[in-house]
Design a protein around this ligand. Structure first.
Ligand SMILES: Cc1cc2nc3c(=O)[nH]c(=O)nc-3n(C[C@H](O)[C@H](O)[C@H](O)COP(=O)(O)OP(=O)(O)OC[C@H]3O[C@@H](n4cnc5c(N)ncnc54)[C@H](O)[C@@H]3O)c2cc1C
Length: 382
């Protein structure tokens, strides 16, 4: 009997799941992907828009292109998920499913910090990045503050990459001695989940570029008029503010029974199945507690790996076979530093008693590794 698999979200996890399912399942089975956006935005390339190495259209793809592969695409807002009746309510129509894959990511919530939206540039909002790039072109002196508002946030490397890349841009213009760069974060060390050694290596990169690292900062508000960031125990002035906004669970998931005590979707860490059979969740919307007690980082590489496993196990179930594939917590990430170079961290985050991660580089080879991956992604996914 034909089955219908509905995938909510056309970001990294949703696209991998849809493509793998379509490739492996007979055509009698339907694969439907729902997203409120009409285009996929490849987040890992956002910072190349900042450096001017990419323009926005080069890192986006029209989700409608999926139709030619046999993936049905519905441009709609997901409004309700009814796991009892196996129905998804969208702004366009209701859809029933046999298998559901929730890949709705994390919602950005700059409005939850008083004054934030009026004060600077949201590093995680694609539309704002060309504006930030233009502002930097005319920025000749003062303090550039890079602010991580709250934990957790996706891509633990991104604020550090952005600091190193903006440092690079300013050095190239010969303005670095007139501009102070300060980074504020609630983290104790950079990318803590990857271990102390990696954290120290990133701190060293920041030191070498004279970027002032301010850990353990609890943000309370921003005063846009005075250009001040207010933390629990101090105030800091800025001339240019670039921020990683607070993240929250997507609104449509808030009111479901899918959440764990973490406030994010709870799943089996190996199969990504929720407590409801045949309902899977993956990527930034889920919380997976690691042996160290820290959560698995929200990153595309994990959304990708998890989606592969979910797709394989759904295919097995559709074909009435044993779903035996397990996600092993392996992942890697590039850390762009400018000058055509990147570092590369790779490891096993499910390793006990704590994640085992190694960093290579920085070197040109890792920058080119990321370029090749981007090309492959944008070609292969559509
Ligand atoms: C600047 C930046 C750089 C990054 N660099 C890297 C990197 O180098 N490596 C890495 O591994 N990760 C990186 N990431 C993180 C990575 O992009 C995310 O972790 C990844 O995209 C998560 O995938 P996902 O499928 O869970 O969610 P997403 O990719 O966020 O996709 C969620 C989708 O759901 C849709 N959606 C949400 N709610 C609804 C709704 N109610 N109705 C309809 N549609 C909805 C959204 O429109 C979106 O398309 C970076 C992120 C940023 C912002």
């Amino acid at each position: 009997m034909s089955k219908r698999i509905v995938i909510l979200g056309g970001g990294i996890g949703g696209l991998v799941a849809a493509n793998r399912l379509r490739k492996k399942l007979a055509r009698e089975h339907e694969v439907i992907l729902v997203d409120r956006k009409t285009r996929h935005e490849f987040n890992p390339s956002f910072l190349w828009v900042l450096t001017g190495e990419r323009e926005v259209p080069q890192i986006c793809k029209d989700l409608q292109l999926l139709e030619k592969k046999g993936i049905q695409y519905l441009n709609a807002e997901v409004q309700n998920i009814d796991v009892t009746n196996k129905q998804v309510k969208t702004s366009v129509k209701n859809i029933s499913y046999d298998f559901l894959v929730i890949a709705l990511g994390a919602e950005l919530s700059p409005q939850s910090i008083p004054g934030l939206s009026d004060s600077g540039y949201n590093l995680y909002q694609l539309e704002e990045i060309p504006k930030l790039r233009d502002f930097i072109k005319g920025f000749t002196s003062g303090t550039l503050a890079i602010l991580v508002c709250k934990l957790p946030f996706k891509c633990p490397a991104a604020p550090y990459e952005s600091a190193l890349l903006m440092d690079y841009l300013l050095r190239e213009k010969g303005l670095r001695d007139k501009i102070e760069i300060k980074l504020f974060t609630p983290e104790g060390i950079p990318m803590k989940v990857a271990g102390l050694k990696i954290g120290e290596a990133v701190k060293q990169m920041l030191r070498e570029r004279e970027i002032v690292f301010n850990p353990n900062q609890q943000l309370t508000s921003i005063d846009p008029k005075k250009k001040e960031v207010h933390f629990k125990d101090k105030k800091e002035n800025f001339d240019l503010l670039v921020y990683v906004p607070p993240h929250k669970i997507p609104k449509v998931l808030e009111k479901t029974d899918l959440l764990s005590e973490s406030g994010w979707v709870g799943v089996n860490p190996k199969t990504l199945e929720t407590k409801f059979p045949r309902v899977f969740a993956l990527g930034d919307a889920v919380n997976i507690k690691l042996p160290s007690g820290l959560p698995l980082p929200k990153a595309g590489v994990f959304a990708h790996g998890e989606a592969e496993i979910v797709a394989k196990n759904i295919v097995a179930q559709v074909n009435e076979e044993e779903p035996r594939h397990e996600f092993e917590g392996k992942g890697s990430c590039f850390l762009e530093i400018g000058y055509g170079k990147a570092a590369y961290a790779t490891g096993n985050f499910y390793h006990e008693p704590k994640a085992q991660v190694k960093m290579k580089g920085p070197g040109r080879i890792w920058h080119w590794g990321k370029v090749l991956f981007e090309k492959w992604w944008l070609w292969h996914s559509f």
